[in-house]
Design a protein around this ligand. Sequence first.
Ligand SMILES: C[S@@+](CC[C@H](N)C(=O)[O-])C[C@H]1O[C@@H](n2cnc3c(N)ncnc32)[C@H](O)[C@@H]1O
Length: 224
Amino acid sequence: MSEDSPKFLMRSFGRVKSRKIKPQQASLFDTLLPSIEANPARVATLLASGRPVWLEIGFGGGEHLAAQAANHPNVDIIGCEPFLNGVGSALRHIDDGHLGNVSILAEDARPLLDSLPDASLERIFILFADPWPKARHNKRRFIQPETVATFARVLKPGGSVRFATDWADYADWALQRFLANADFDWTAQSQADWNTPPADHVTTRYETKGLGDCRPVFFDFYRK
Ligand SMILES: C[S@@+](CC[C@H](N)C(=O)[O-])C[C@H]1O[C@@H](n2cnc3c(N)ncnc32)[C@H](O)[C@@H]1O
């Protein structure tokens, strides 16, 4: 498929596998993943349940996903991550925590996002997204006008997107694209509002690595 095709999705993630997945995690791909896979039928059931549904895009090792699920048992959380070693780690967290409110899609989040009905989600998290810092790679960033518009479509009024990064240029990039979308409000008043981790934030693995070029920033954008 060429980059000019309307269905072409520019790859926004890096490798999908690194080292060999540990045997205990590998077995969870067979024993746990099929029962919690975020396939269309399961997603439809979740959305019909009346419980709040949250989405985490690019959950990495799943530490944040699992902790939010444990902290919010009244919420169903869908996590999307194409990096299979991360999926294995997340499955172990879900299994260890006996978490019944997590669904996993081991793939690109964008087709799932596009398939969601309007006003179906309460929250979206995209934390320490791949920065693609070289200018010629910026087009691979997950945050684009189209993805922001899709977030606006699938969020309920009053719902929110949390975007975090430790790359200054990606922070500016994301802020510009969310502020350019009239469906979102950003209520931060001062630097402390974006430099301080929100009270309900759970530190992520990439965040602790500190690979970026600035302190972590946290933006909560609210759907009008
Ligand atoms: C830098 S890592 C951060 C992982 C995690 N959020 C953390 O903070 O530890 C970004 C992750 O986003 C994932 N990712 C990138 N594009 C994605 C997409 N289109 N759908 C789902 N996940 C994606 C990558 O595979 C990668 O694991």
